[in-house]
Ligand binder design. Sequence first.
Ligand code: FPP
Length: 235
Amino acid sequence: MKDNILKHLAIIMDGNGRWAKKRFMPRTFGHKKGAEVVREILMESKKLNINYLTVYAFSTENWKRSKDEVNFLMNLLVDYLDNEIEVLHKNDVRMNFIGDINGLPKKVQEKIEECIEKTKNNTSITFSLALNYGARNDLVNAVKSISKQFKEDKINLEDIDENLISKNLSTYKIPNPDLIIRTSGELRLSNFLLFECAYSEFYFTDVLWPDFNKDDLKKAVESFGSRNRRFGSIK
Ligand code: FPP
């Protein structure tokens, strides 16, 4: 085992629909179970001394799903935040949100504001929910923001570097992910953290998200521990 430090874990929670289908249940049943799994994995991550957990809950492409499924997911999010906020706060969890938050329904935006405010001084783990998130959209917004700063003479061309781009992404409060897990056997990134994952390690598992448990998390963390991270150098 190498002494790799897993500071930031990011997860693409996939397979809710297939999990429900296998049980002859509607897709929404899988999302409901998926939300319960988020709670367990967050608490386990804290126990494993992971400082940042980021989960992909709703992408900029997920609006293409049926109106019913989108509505269900938005309501599930509000209910989840409503029900969890006290427990999260008691557990010293700091809530953070990445993505185009202004494009979400008002009731979700209000809940987000409330969660950020309530947990802002917590320090044990930062839990980021990716909502209306797409890495390409995030990069487009960063380019717009940097262009505006340039136009208003707030920055020079020489000021534009990787660091400035990072600062203008919605992920500016969190470090780059060390490990990205995707469940359900799909082997792709689906527009998740494209700029931030340049030197991330990846872990893919066939386990569907609603079945993902503490032991699966430990397996992924162990796999990460054995990786030889070189960041482009030789050693
Ligand atoms: C992918 O499974 C999952 C999603 C697009 C939504 C993720 C949402 C949750 C886990 C629940 C809500 C989260 C919180 C924090 C309240 P899929 O629907 O694409 O499954 P499939 O590929 O089997 O169809």
